[in-house]
Design a protein around this ligand. Structure first.
Ligand code: SAM
Ligand code: SF4
Length: 327
């Protein structure tokens, strides 16, 4: 079992399988001039599989596949098939922009990969295009509805962005009210790879909640697991639920159970920290899985207690893009 120096059990890995993406969301990366990693710096599917097995042996029982956009990776299903065979891995989840998932939905269903987070920050086509810098709203909407109606456990991630999409907060709750889906509103974080300046948070989770209250005053708080990053609610009469994720306010660090590994094998023990070690070169130079396991134990023994502490250790952390961190 992996336990950090603050006695938090780490059983959840967010594994980025690529830093590439077919969208250019303005809160995540600039429109151009992005330095994507060279192909040989990215972990191969065999390496991602080996790494997954290693961490599952250390007690990781949940892996979320993220990126970049996971489905730009043509060999993604090879990894997913492997993961479904791993003893001890109870939960395989995916975070996706849902532009490319269509052809894979049937196989995901067959594999029993049921938990899909779809990032969708607008329900107005023009707003969507302004944010993502691509004209793919219809594709995302169709795939989202398909996933929901085919019985996947879908959560929508909607980042509240000042002067961009907050007019869609109430409409997305209206649009989803008859679907068994959770709409989660996230605070914006400053990881946009220099896409635009970020001076202060405009839409905190409290402000989002106040805004929702003006239209839907009648809602109840739902119980959430202790390691959950979202505070969840149900509006009276709605099938859907909604959640608030204080990703910038960081109220959830005390129970953080997660580890991040980027597509190049960098280990990130806190979203607000810098990579603490790289496993790719270690894996390529050493066939012993124990070396990787020891490296993980070592870095988790020096883990920052909170995102604020991690942020203080590195002045340049906000130059990163979420496409390399994985969210
Ligand atoms: N491409 C996939 C997607 O968009 O779902 C997976 C990778 S994306 C980096 C993972 C998550 O990070 C998405 O839900 C996205 O909305 C979120 N994200 C990206 N940049 C962010 C930022 N600056 N602040 C808050 N969340 C961000
Ligand atoms: Fe791509 Fe996801 Fe970043 Fe948008 S948030 S640019 S979809 S990686």
């Amino acid at each position: 079992m992996l336990v950090d120096n603050h006695n938090r059990t780490i059983n959840y890995l967010r594994l980025a399988v690529t830093d590439r993406c077919n969208l250019r969301c303005n809160y995540c990366m600039p429109s151009e001039g992005i330095n994507f990693e060279k192909n040989d710096k990215l972990l191969t599917i065999e390496e991602l599989s080996r790494l997954s097995k290693i961490v599952v042996e250390q007690g990781i029982d949940k892996i979320r596949i993220t990126g970049g956009e996971p489905f730009v990776r043509k060999d993604l299903m090879v990894l997913l098939r492997y993961l479904t065979e791993l003893d001890g891995l109870d939960d395989i989840s995916i975070t996706t922009n849902a532009t490319l998932i269509g052809p894979y939905i049937s196989e995901l269903k067959t594999l029993g990969i049921n938990n899909i987070n779809v990032s969708l920050d607008a329900i107005d086509r023009e707003t969507f295009e302004r944010i993502t810098r691509r004209d793919l709203y219809d594709t995302v909407h169709n795939n989202l509805i398909r996933l929901i109606t085919e019985g996947f456990n879908v959560r929508i991630n909607f980042i509240a962005l000042e002067n961009q999409n907050t007019q869609d907060i109430i409409p997305i709750l209206e649009l989803m009210k008859h679907y068994p889906v959770s709409v989660r509103f996230l605070e914006e974080m400053p990881f946009n790879g220099g896409s635009r300046s970020f001076d202060a948070l405009s839409w905190s989770y409290k402000k989002i909640l106040e805004h929702i209250k003006t239209e839907f005053p009648d809602f109840e708080k739902l119980p959430s697991p202790p390691t959950s990053t979202s505070i969840n609610y149900k509006i009276k009469g709605h099938t859907s639920t909604f959640g608030l994720i204080p990703s910038f306010t960081r109220t959830f660090c005390g129970s953080c159970n997660r580890l991040r590994i980027t597509a190049t094998g960098d280990v990130i023990t806190c979203l607000y920290g810098k990579p603490v070690t790289n496993l790719r070169d270690l894996m390529r130079s050493d066939n012993e899985n124990e070396s990787v396991q020891s490296a993980l134990v070592r870095v988790l023994n020096k883990r920052a207690k909170t995102g604020f502490e991690a942020q203080k250790q590195h002045s340049s952390v906000f130059q990163s893009s979420m496409t390399s961190i994985g969210g």
